[in-house]
Each structure stands twice: as structure tokens, then as C-alpha cells.
Design a protein around this ligand. Structure first.
Ligand code: CA
Length: 195
């Protein structure tokens, strides 16, 4: 009996491997695989707070927080204290290899975690672009009453496909805060897929 069990297992395993082989050799150019690395911010970086993401920070700091949308950690972008209300900006970005001819779908979740002292505004802009051309642009204006109301999920498909002469795009999240301190945004579940 035990040898029968073994026999019945092997053909299944072979079929599975064969299926994977077919899938990897398929002619579909726009397979919906994940193109973003560390989109859940689970992995800490060596030279930046988040592995695989580059930071450009001006009076905003990057942290990781155990208030996730998915997984165990989320990215937290928080304003640095200043004496007077000031414009504070921070962005994180990642260059991603994309298949030309495919449309792209960006999704992510964000939450205004804290509207800090002298909070005036917090703008979030999510972009997928090459050169100076946006394929996806999502702009969010967070108001103070929306703090700690839970993650909001966003998803958008590019109107245009990736041009034939373009093989990589930049995925960027920018925050602009005006306050004196303690305003922060949580970001998690970033995904970019060809469709
Ligand atoms: Ca996460």
C-alpha cells in the first residue's frame, strides 16, 4: 500500500513541475507578477530605512512601525520638529524593470497616523513615471480629522501601456507636510504589476 501512495505522488509532482515550466515559457508578455521589491517594508535597508527603496528627505524622517496593512511592519514618514510651521518633504522611490507594451497597475495602502502640532496639511503623491512622463499619478490630501481612521487602499491602472522603448520606470511616493512636529503617514502593501 505504501508503495502505491508513493507512485501516486510522483506523477502529481511531475505535473506540477511541468505546469510551472509551461508558465515560465508562456508567450503572455504581461504576466501579473510582482515587480516591486520590499513593497511591504518588512526588510530594513543598509543605506536607507527600507531595503530596495531610495530616500530623498527634507525635514521628514523614515521609520518602520509595527502597525501593518499586511505583514508585520509598515513604512512611517514623519515630520521633523521645527520651531515654526514649515513645508517638509520626503520621498521614497524604487526603479523597476517593466515589460514594454504592458499596462501597469499600482496599488498601496496609506493612513494619516498623526496630525501633529500646528498641522496645516499633508499631501501624498504616488507616481509611476519614466523621464518626465507619468504613467500613473495618484494625489491624496489628508485632513486632520482623518487621522487614525485606518488604512485606505488605492489602486490604479495606467491609461497608457509602457512604450516599446522603455524598459524601466520609477515608483515614487512623496509626502508634503506643513506643521511644527509629529505629523506622520503610514504606507504599506505597495504593489506594481503588469497587466
Ligand atoms: Ca508590511
Amino acid at each position: 500500500m505504501s508503495s502505491d501512495c508513493k507512485k501516486s505522488k510522483h506523477p502529481k509532482a511531475d505535473n506540477l513541475n511541468f505546469g510551472v515550466y509551461l508558465e515560465s515559457k508562456s508567450e503572455r508578455p504581461c504576466r501579473p507578477v510582482e515587480l516591486i521589491k520590499n513593497g511591504g517594508f518588512e526588510i530594513q535597508g543598509t543605506f536607507s530605512e527600507y531595503a530596495n527603496w531610495e530616500e530623498t528627505l527634507d525635514k521628514v524622517e523614515t521609520l518602520r512601525i509595527d502597525v501593518p496593512y499586511e505583514g508585520l511592519q509598515a513604512a512611517q514618514l514623519e515630520s521633523v520638529p521645527t520651531e515654526n510651521p514649515e513645508v517638509k518633504r520626503g520621498s521614497i522611490s524604487q526603479k523597476v524593470i517593466v515589460p514594454p507594451g504592458c499596462h501597469l497597475m499600482l496599488s498601496f495602502a496609506e493612513e494619516l497616523w498623526e496630525a501633529g502640532e500646528n498641522f496645516a496639511h499633508l499631501f501624498v503623491r504616488a507616481r509611476v513615471f519614466y523621464d518626465s512622463t507619468d504613467l500613473i499619478n495618484i494625489e491624496i490630501n489628508r485632513r486632520s480629522f482623518q487621522a487614525r481612521t485606518g488604512y485606505a487602499f488605492h489602486q490604479k491602472i495606467s491609461d497608457d501601456p509602457v512604450p516599446q522603448n522603455v524598459s524601466s520606470v520609477t515608483v515614487q511616493f512623496e509626502v508634503e507636510i506643513v506643521d511644527t512636529e509629529d505629523t506622520s503617514l503610514l504606507l504599506d502593501g505597495v504593489s506594481l504589476r503588469a497587466i
